[in-house]
Write a protein that binds this ligand. Structure first.
Ligand code: ZN
Ligand code: ZN
Length: 414
């Protein structure tokens, strides 16, 4: 099949689908909250997934929940390493290993300016040797030489930028309020890991619950009832039940148990994260166990835009075709370029044109180049061809707010 015939078939389908959907489309309401899964693995090293980490953006507030291995890298991939507020669910290493990097890594530290890193987390239980304040104060001790050099000798960083301010959470309830955002902690049941908290984030009538690590928890159900987004951990147990002797399984949640939790909570969208084991078959097991509501198996960098509806965007987005307004992959000066795909970020994309010859500069068309953009959706970008994209063959890619762009599509410019 030629490129043209493939694009024609694709366009035929898309054209009529879009014509039907666009004809009656009202301007979409702006999302109110954004939730980005930074890591979706449990304890892991070298599997390409980051450990626990979830970013919530609500108004001016940028809040990180857990900071496992790889989470600061994910923030860097998003050009968003300026995070100064971290909420820890519990003190297992897969939820805390990234904290030192987030605090002291050169880029992260500089991006905070003069703002200290603020950390909320569980206090020390009588049966445990340490709480969150012990963790952070010992981090400060461990990096004291580095801190001394950067603050006092060479870089002269402001002292406040390399401070950690710690708030230990002893009881359930509101732990943070600012700019209309409320963060509440509630107890979950993570076996011997005590205390272990889940978090609920409320903003402008919308809400997100983050389970942390827990076995099925009635308290979580009570705090999460009717929430917009329920982000819940899971351990992929042996379907035959042979893993029941594993002591770790006993303080996590199986897909079948999660189905029961999701059914009771009835969120607008249930999302799996902290997936211990393979995600393959996870959704099917959850369905087979009786949950029939909206469900998503989280991936690193999955974005959830919460408002009147909940949009799910994966990173990187995918690009299926690039055409002109007649759905051909030949584009002339003055034509509209249409990129077809999925996972685009409305208002936040860039089109990247790279000469197929391998010589010459790429042309990047971004959202700030308003002259050239006039319509976008999560599956379609319409833009005027910039004059600097001269006649020849060009590879086109789409980049949203991930550093990783889509694969490329070849187009001919006349
Ligand atoms: Zn964990
Ligand atoms: Zn844990």
């Amino acid at each position: 099949m030629t490129v043209n015939s493939r694009i024609f078939r694709l366009s035929f389908h898309l054209l009529f689908t879009l014509a039907l959907t666009c004809a009656n489309r009202l301007p979409a309401a702006q999302p109110v909250m954004y939730v980005r899964l930074l890591g979706t693995a449990g304890p892991s090293l070298g599997y390409g997934q980051a450990e626990a980490g979830m970013l919530v953006v609500a108004g001016p507030e940028v809040l990180l929940f857990d900071c496992g291995h790889g989470v600061p890298d994910r923030l860097f991939q998003l050009n968003r390493i300026s995070v100064s507020k971290v909420f820890l669910s519990h003190l297992h290493s897969d939820h805390t290993e990234g904290l030192a990097e987030l605090w002291m890594n050169w880029d992260a530290c500089y991006s905070r300016g003069t703002t200290p890193l603020s950390v909320w987390g569980p206090g020390r239980d009588v049966d445990q040797p340490a709480g969150t304040a012990d963790l952070t104060s010992h981090l400060a001790s461990a990096w004291a030489t580095d801190t001394h050099i950067r603050r006092d000798l060479v870089e002269h960083l402001p002292g406040s930028a390399i401070q950690i301010q710690t708030t230990e959470i002893q009881n359930e309830g509101v732990v943070y309020q600012s700019n209309g955002v409320t963060v509440s902690a509630f107890l979950v049941d993570h076996g011997p890991v005590k205390p272990a908290f889940g978090y609920r984030i409320d903003y402008q009538g919308h809400s997100v619950v983050f389970s942390g690590d827990t076995r099925p928890s009635d308290n979580l159900v009570q705090h999460a009832k009717g929430v917009d987004l329920l982000v819940h951990e899971v351990i992929v147990t042996d379907p035959s039940g042979n893993s029941s002797g594993n002591p770790i399984v006993a303080y996590h949640t199986s897909p079948e148990q999660a189905a029961g939790i999701f059914t009771q909570v009835a969120p607008r969208l249930a999302v799996y994260t902290h997936i211990v084991g393979s995600p393959l078959g996870l959704a099917a097991r959850t369905r087979a166990a009786g949950y029939s509501g909206p469900l998503e198996v989280g991936q690193d960098l999955s974005l959830f835009e919460i408002g009147d509806s909940i949009a799910i965007l994966h990173c990187p987005p995918s690009l299926a075709a690039v055409t002109n307004s007649s759905y051909q992959n030949k584009i002339s000066a003055g034509d509209t370029v249409i990129a077809w795909g999925s996972g685009f970020t409305v208002g936040g994309n860039r089109l990247i044109f790279t000469p197929a010859s391998g010589s010459g500069q790429s042309v990047v068309l971004g959202e700030t180049d308003g002259l050239y953009f006039w319509d976008q959706s999560t599956g379609q970008i319409n833009a005027a061809l910039p004059p600097s994209v001269i006649a020849g063959q060009w590879y086109v890619q789409v980049q949203n707010d991930c550093i990783v762009p889509t694969g490329s599509q070849l187009v001919t410019v006349n």
